[in-house]
Design a protein around this ligand. Structure first.
Ligand code: MN
Length: 196
């Protein structure tokens, strides 16, 4: 994934690249999640950055170097940018190469999806489940709390499902597992693979 750079020390609000995502995520959820939750993280980060010593750095570098409120807001801007941009109402299917990698590291595509869903469903409280590549190209799944992002572990993040309640409660109430299963319908694998 490309480094996300600020303009005059301020990060721009990421555009939503679609208007709707079918039945997987409702327009109402998209409106609150992108328009209210992500907007608040972007606004908070831009208020906190001046005078922090982190001005001018890429968003990924701010996440690696910060802690406390700046880390929480920068992490959430990065996480949500990746989350929203990886979906499409008309997603590209997985390439044969990606299928081969998932088979190599997880046994099968279905086994990978099951483990990813299970790690998302069992993450206690708020956070994110991630697929990342390590420095040798090995694929790994991690559960990360709150605003954490795999870049802080030296990994290259490829795919993420948001398991904060705000991501699914309007559509799925307490059925987090159903939300996780539904997201496979809208994952744009070309976008995921471009992050490698
Ligand atoms: Mn969220």
């Amino acid at each position: 994934m490309k480094n996300i750079m600020p303009n005059n020390g301020q990060f721009a609000m990421p555009e939503l690249p679609y208007e709707a995502l079918g039945n997987a995520i409702s327009k109402e959820t998209l409106s609150f999640h992108h328009g209210k939750h992500l907007k608040a993280y972007v606004d908070n980060l831009n208020k906190l950055l001046p005078g922090s010593g982190l001005e001018g750095l890429s968003l990924q570098e701010v996440v690696r170097r910060s802690e406390g409120a700046i880390f929480n807001n920068a992490g959430q801007v990065l996480n949500h940018t990746m989350y929203f941009e990886q979906f499409s109402p008309a997603p590209h299917a997985m390439s044969e190469a990606m299928k081969g990698l998932l088979e190599r590291y997880f046994g099968s595509v279905e086994a990978f999806k099951k483990e990813f869903e299970q790690k998302g469903a069992t993450l206690f409280g708020s956070g994110w489940v991630w697929l990342s590549a390590d420095k040798e190209g090995k694929l790994v799944i991690t559960q990360q709390k709150n605003a954490e992002n795999p870049v802080t572990l030296g990994l290259t993040p490829l795919l993420t499902f948001d398991v904060w309640e705000h991501a699914y409660y309007l559509d799925y109430q307490n059925r987090r597992a159903d939300y996780l299963v539904a997201l496979w319908q809208i994952v744009d694998w070309q976008m995921v693979e471009d992050r490698m």
